[in-house]
Design a protein. Structure first.
Length: 308
């Protein structure tokens, strides 16, 4: 006969909640649909070689693309010059323009896909698909009362739900980000190598925040969507200090810090006013811990009379 064990009971609750998260629902299908659409956009731009300045007009209005200009400069640099100084200058110009041509891919992919599309829009939205379901689905399915009657402390139940939903959030965000980066060719592969820690810590913070919302609101998915659209997407891109209220701001600051040696930084540093990578990491970690602690306290004190 197996003796009752609170630890085994908690692990079983984690496993049961993990299995329940695997059941597809509307939010997951929306997230997968957005992933498919984003992959299509990235794939089309990759096939069209739009992650560089190759198709840009240079000089403007002259009908010559940047790639053609680079080839012209490189050809001119290979010609024999009577003056050695002129030859060195031509070769230097050829190398300069070629380096810019090759290096713009990572910069454009980072700004257009990672910072503009993924961090401020897809990351919070994809996290919502799973993070609000840990407690939200139990309440809607009238199963929360059964969970609360188990011989497990309420804070442990709250943490078990978070532990169960976190692998799904990480799989969706890191996996989706990896697919987007791999579809972006060589600039995307470099972005995956540099930015994945930012996606990881951003996922932890967003998951804890949305799990807290699920403990406070019955329709947590709606509240989380409103937060994602207005606070993260709109307020997170506004000038001034208001953007520091959004988690995506600190996620991007962590990414900027890791990509600093590759020359990636905010287009207007004074207007954006980023924080250091260490500060961004501390804020994301602190938000994760604070949301879990506050959520456990509120989950313990709430009666949840709406489960009848």
């Amino acid at each position: 006969m197996v003796n009752p064990s609170p630890w085994r009971a908690w692990c079983f609750l984690v496993w049961l909640s993990f299995q329940r998260q695997a059941r597809a629902h509307m939010m997951i299908w929306i997230a997968l649909g957005l992933l498919a659409l984003s992959l299509l956009i990235v794939f089309i731009n990759t096939q069209g070689e739009r992650w560089s300045m190759a198709r840009w007009s240079f000089p403007r209005g002259k009908g010559v693309t940047y790639a053609q200009h680079v080839d012209h400069v490189a050809f001119a640099g290979s010609l024999p010059f009577p003056d050695p100084a002129a030859a060195v200058s031509a070769m230097a110009h050829a190398g300069y323009y070629a380096a810019i041509h090759q290096g713009t891919g990572f910069f454009l992919f980072s700004n257009l896909i990672v910072f503009s599309l993924f961090t401020t829009f897809l990351l919070p939205l994809w996290t919502t698909s799973f993070a609000t379901e840990g407690l939200g689905r139990e309440r809607e399915a009238q199963n929360l009362l059964w969970v609360l009657t188990r011989p497990i402390p309420r804070p442990a139940i709250f943490m078990a739900k978070y532990v169960a939903l976190l692998p799904w959030c990480l799989a969706m965000n890191l996996g989706g980000f990896a697919f987007l980066c791999l579809a972006g060719g060589s600039p995307g592969r470099l972005a995956l190598e540099i930015y994945w820690p930012g996606v990881f810590w951003g996922t932890l913070a967003f998951s804890a925040l949305f799990h807290l919302m699920a403990a406070c609101a019955r329709r947590a998915a709606i509240v989380a969507l409103l937060y994602a659209f207005f606070l993260e997407t709109i307020l997170g891109n506004m000038p001034g200090q208001f953007k520091r209220l959004s988690l995506s701001f600190y996620t991007r600051c962590l990414m900027f810090d890791r990509a600093h040696e590759w020359g990636v930084h905010p287009e207007r540093p004074v207007w954006y006013d980023p924080v250091s990578g260490t500060t961004a990491w501390l804020v994301l970690a602190a938000v994760t811990i604070a949301c879990l602690v506050i959520g456990a306290v509120l989950f313990t004190r709430n009666e949840y009379l709406d489960v009848n």
